[in-house]
Structure formats: C-alpha cells, structure tokens
Ligand binder design. Structure first.
Ligand code: SF4
Length: 248
C-alpha cells in the first residue's frame, strides 16, 4: 500500500498513519475481509502492490486506533480486550479481533468511531454490524468461550450538544450502545461459508457489486480503495449510474 499526502500533513501525522497497526494474522480471511464486497476484495488482492491511499482518508481510522488503544489501557484486567481469535472452517483459517468481552456480563462489544447519523433514533443496526458481531461470537465459541449479548458501541466523533437538546432523535450521549441480534450458530456458519465461496469465486470471475454493496455509488466514489481499477465504477461515472445492479 502506497501512502500519498495531497494536503501536505505534518510529518508526525504521516508517521503515525504509517505505523497504524493492522494485521489479520496468519489467516486466509479476516472477519473484516469477509464483510467486504467480493468484487472489492478480489480487486484488492489483484492490485495490492499498486493501491494508494491518502493520509487524509486514513485520519478517522487513526482516530479509531487511538480510541481503541486508550480503552485497552483502561480496561479491567479480567476482561478480554483487543484480542485476535482464529478458527478453521472448510480448510480456511478465519481470524477476527474482538474489542471487548466483559468477564462478568459476557457482553461482546465492538467499538465504532462513527458519525452521528448511523445512531439516530429509529435507524436499524447496519447488517454488517450484525454479521460482524455474530462472526466474532463464532470465533469465541470455536475457542471455548461464549458471550451472552452483542453490542455495537458508537463513539460519536461529530456529536453536537446543541442538536441533542433540540432533536429527540439525535443521540443524547456521545457514546451510544446498540444491542445486536444474536443469530443461531448454523446461520452464522452458513453466512461465513457463503462469504468464503463468494470471495473464492471472485478470484476466478469478478462479480459486479450490487447497488447495496456499492451504497448506490457513494462507497465507490469516496470509500473504495480499488475504484481506480474498477471498470464497473469507472463505467458508471460516464452514465452517472451504477447501472444494472439490483438493490438487494
Ligand atoms: S468501486 Fe464500487 S463497484 Fe467497484 S469494487 Fe468498489 S464498491 Fe464495488
């Protein structure tokens, strides 16, 4: 991955981003990768050496790392914090890092540094949050552990108190929790197997992203690192549409 610095951020910020640790360990797929659209995942593999990302686009990820690190340092020593687990399924090694498993409640929590809109009252939990936490739960179970409840904990980086007092749908607190539905184990295993199969197929024949995966083009334009190499997106820029996709 090559890092650019189009706004000329100060050296110390660039260095912090260069050192921002992420590893999926010795695994074939991480939980994060399984959640990615198969087209995006396959293009990343194909163009790994050529991909570039700008410092500016990495800043919120760096912010997230900072929040995780502080929480890790302040954690109860009996809790499981920031630990990567592995499991073997269909001859593939899957890994995933859990943020927090509280020893007394057995709450499995994942922290998201997020903008407020994802946590406005009435908004459904994102499908990918549900899939992510259920896959993490399965990793725990494969390793002889368990959880009783699943939570996404949003740390809202753009929270404004003035809006909280005038809009009841606006999150009233800067850190909000969303309980996540726990799937039956078979559903989680089926989900993981179907994602592995979809990714493996994508290496042979690139599928198209559905509109729901491409967030109707928003992900392509702003959040997809392979967009330069994606002819689906490049083609859609000419028409103004992510044409031919279903919304399922
Ligand atoms: S640019 Fe859009 S269509 Fe292409 S892989 Fe990324 S998300 Fe999918």
């Amino acid at each position: 991955m090559n890092l650019t610095n189009k706004y000329g951020y100060r050296r110390s910020i660039v260095r912090a981003i260069e050192k921002d640790p992420y590893t999926k360990g010795a695994s074939d797929f991480s939980v994060t990768e399984l959640l990615q659209p198969s087209r995006q995942w396959a293009l990343k593999k194909q163009y790994q050496e050529k991909l570039t990302e700008d410092v500016d686009d990495r800043l919120w990820a760096l912010f997230g790392t900072g929040v995780h690190r502080v929480l890790e340092e302040g954690a109860d020593p009996r809790d499981l914090v920031e630990k990567r687990f592995f499991m073997k399924l269909a001859n593939h090694t899957i890994s995933g890092q859990i943020d927090l498993l509280e020893h007394d409640t057995l709450d499995l929590c994942d922290f998201k540094t997020s903008s407020v809109w994802a946590f406005m009252a009435g908004r459904e939990a994102k499908d990918e949050w549900t899939a992510q936490l259920n896959m993490q739960l399965e990793l725990l179970r494969f390793n002889g552990l368990d959880a009783k409840k699943l939570f996404i904990i949003g740390v809202l980086r753009d929270h404004m108190e003035s809006k909280a007092s005038s809009d009841k749908k606006y999150p009233q607190m800067k850190i909000v929790e969303r309980e996540i539905e726990m799937w039956p184990r078979e559903k989680t295993i089926d989900f993981i197997l179907s994602r592995i199969e979809s990714h493996a197929k994508a290496l042979k024949e690139l599928p198209r992203c559905k509109a729901s995966e491409a967030w109707a083009g928003r992900r392509c334009a702003r959040y997809c690192i392979v967009n330069t190499y994606c002819d689906q997106y490049q083609g859609s820029k000419k028409t103004g549409l992510l044409e031919g996709e279903t919304t399922t």
